[in-house]
Design a protein around this ligand. Structure first.
Ligand code: PMP
Length: 392
């Protein structure tokens, strides 16, 4: 007769020690976490309403204002990855029936359109082929034709490796009575962006790219114009968790006493605070220059190997993530697996419209270094010699 009520045994795999190998993460994110940020994440917990944690949140807020170059008081980090910030932006800005114009030149526009459709918004699409960016003329045509309340555009298109120029887009949108929503998950800290000067209304990013923190917290900021739209809503945002009114209070952005909303990922906030501190210590301009210089070193090395870059125009190349065409006769899977197995280096294949077409190499934050460039170029040279050919 059974002596225990348990029918499911403790899993053997959990009784063995956790094993995490050392790897150089040169995909499109996450990137490696430096010791100082790891140490912050490993600190003992405090309660989510303790004054010391609220103080860390205030410091994060100041770090976001610096990284975004904004004085917006509604600046905070949502408890989730980049997608969480994307949903927070769209859930709060849009109401059913609102028209949103989504600039699609890769997967991130596609995702934003998908989320907006689920909200019952009237979604209009502005299309460009992967590898290309939108001109102010393209945008103006879309604004005139569709008269949207919100325009979504991606600054660093990580599926294609394109850096979208933002100059003048905010002013253009405002002339047409539209708010500008920008995804900078893959570009923040790696390429210049000036939220206030560029009149961006909602800007968000993620923790695990240039900021070198683990995934799980995502900076976001709303302009006064965007706040007005939130205040004029006729319906509540469909997500309680991402309701900006509640989050604004928890983050001390509304001048009211702070109230419990949800239990924040406190250790993720410690890590994010340190990621923002490293950026502040280095300085935005030095960080942009470091990403530019290492990206151009990488691009030159790839061209010297006879490889072809996916984004033709040099100024349109994203300094954080480089896309290179899969060399003819090779399988992208063989190359990425070879780099991982033989060199302990992660790079990625394509995503969405670039699947099968490109390899993506990320150089972000502390991973944007001459040493990373040399290591990935050496590993790729080795792959081209030793990977099988014509097995597509
Ligand atoms: N937007 C862009 C431009 C991204 O590169 C990513 C992550 N690859 C996301 C949004 C989504 O972020 P996450 O994976 O952290 O949810």
């Amino acid at each position: 007769m059974a002596t225990s009520l348990l029918r499911v045994c403790p899993p053997g795999e959990l009784l063995r020690p956790l094993a995490v190998p050392e790897r150089l993460l040169l995909g499109p994110g996450p990137s490696n976490v430096p010791r100082r940020i790891r140490a912050a994440g490993a600190l003992q917990l405090l309660g989510h309403m303790h004054p010391e944690v609220l103080q860390v949140m205030d410091e994060i807020k100041a770090g976001i204002q610096y990284a975004f170059q904004t004085r917006n008081r509604l600046s905070l980090a949502v408890s989730g990855s980049g997608h969480c910030a994307m949903e927070a932006a769209l859930f709060n800005l849009l109401e059913p029936g609102d028209t949103v114009l989504v600039a699609i030149n890769g997967i991130w526009g596609q995702r934003a359109a998908e989320i907006a459709r689920r909200l019952g918004a009237n979604v209009c699409e502005l299309l460009k082929p992967p590898g290309k960016y939108f001109t102010p003329q393209d945008i103006e045509q879309g604004l005139v034709q569709h008269k949207p309340l919100v325009l979504f555009i991606t600054h660093g298109e990580s599926s294609t490796g394109v850096l979208q120029p933002l100059e003048g887009l905010g002013q253009l949108c405002h002339r047409h009575g539209c708010l500008l929503l920008v995804d900078a998950v893959a570009s923040l800290g790696g390429a210049p962006i000036f939220m206030d000067q560029q009149e961006i209304d909602v800007l968000y990013s993620g923790s695990q790219k240039v900021l070198n923190a683990p995934p799980g917290s995502a900076p976001i900021s709303f302009s006064e114009r965007a706040r007005d739209k939130l205040l004029r809503r006729k319906t509540k945002p469909p997500s309680f968790y991402l309701d900006m009114g509640c989050l604004a209070n928890y983050w001390g952005c509304d001048g009211e006493p702070r109230r419990y909303h949800h239990t924040a990922p406190i250790n993720s906030f410690f890590s994010l605070r340190e990621g923002l501190a490293l950026l502040a210590e280095l300085g935005l301009e030095s960080s942009w220059e470091r990403h530019r210089a290492n990206c151009s070193l990488l691009c030159q090395g790839l061209l010297d190997m006879g490889l072809e870059l996916f984004v033709e125009e040099e100024k349109a190349r994203l300094p954080t993530i480089t896309t290179v065409r899969v060399p003819e006769g090779y399988s992208w899977k063989d190359i990425t697996a070879f780099l991982m197995d033989k060199h302990g280096v992660e790079i990625a294949g394509g995503l969405g419209p670039t699947v099968g077409k490109v390899l993506r190499i990320g150089l972000m934050g502390c991973n944007s270094s001459r040493a990373s460039v040399e290591r990935v170029l050496g590993a790729l040279r080795d792959a081209l010699q030793r990977c099988p050919r014509s097995r597509l």
